[in-house]
Design a protein around this ligand. Structure first.
Ligand SMILES: Cc1cc2nc3c(=O)[nH]c(=O)nc-3n(C[C@H](O)[C@H](O)[C@H](O)COP(=O)(O)O)c2cc1C
Length: 209
């Protein structure tokens, strides 16, 4: 198989596994995935990503419960009733608890450019998150190639203070995402919009033939 075929196969095969099969995962495999992550393209090569690998069961539990509590509070503010909240949050918690390892993915603006105006500073922040996203795709593809299953979760973004507190993160480290990792599990088979709907040639609306 050519290098291109191998690459495309890994890209196409990778799926978000939402109901993970728990099991032992050698830390070396996680390190391999992290090593791949940090070779991603990133803004100014400042590498604004930071990762915390959570393997300890009690830390994992505390982290997930604290994030869930925050989620409950948000949903209460949205006006949802307690039963619905428990279904939504409890379901999410049950799901996340199946992960054998959690990788908390963060950014820091520490080494990024500083601008006097909010507009450009905001773009710099976006560049840091874009850099992290590139790293996470490398990570997910590598986990898949290692025979592991994973899913990207946005929960830490919505509970930054809680994550910061449980993991002892410095103030400038912003939790952005969580990668749940397990030894397997059944994935759905999501479709994609065709290229003709999302990509154009030369100008918007011109088909890419
Ligand atoms: C920024 C981002 C946030 C996501 N957050 C969640 C999440 O909170 N829960 C979840 O089940 N999946 C989450 N996902 C996974 C997506 O649901 C998944 O990638 C999408 O449905 C396509 O499926 P696939 O990854 O199998 O191709 C997230 C993915 C991304 C890129």
């Amino acid at each position: 198989m050519s290098r291109l075929d191998t690459l495309l196969e890994i890209i196409r095969e990778r799926r978000s596994v939402k109901w993970l099969e728990p099991g032992p995962i050698p830390l070396d495999k996680i390190k391999t995935a992290l090593e791949a992550a940090i070779w991603a393209p990133n803004a100014h090569n400042r590498q604004p990503w930071r990762f915390v690998v959570v393997v300890d069961e009690s830390v994992r539990r505390k982290l997930l419960y604290r994030m869930a509590e925050r989620w409950r509070e948000d949903l209460r503010r949205d006006g949802l009733d307690e039963e619905t909240i428990e279904n939504v949050v409890g379901g999410g918690l049950k799901r996340s608890m199946r992960a054998s390892i959690l990788i908390i993915a963060c950014i820091t603006m520490r080494d990024m450019d500083k601008y006097p105006d909010g507009r450009r500073q905001g773009y710099e922040h976006i560049m840091a998150t874009q850099s992290l996203a590139a790293a996470l795709q490398n990570m997910l593809l590598t986990l898949h190639a290692l025979g592991l299953a994973a899913c990207w979760r946005c929960s830490p973004l919505f509970a930054q203070e809680e994550v910061r507190e449980v993991l002892g993160l410095p103030d400038d480290v912003e939790p952005q995402a969580m990668i749940e990792v397990g030894v397997g599990g059944v994935a759905r088979n999501p479709s994609r919009k065709p290229l003709s709907e999302v990509a154009y040639l030369d100008r918007w609306g011109e088909p890419l033939r």
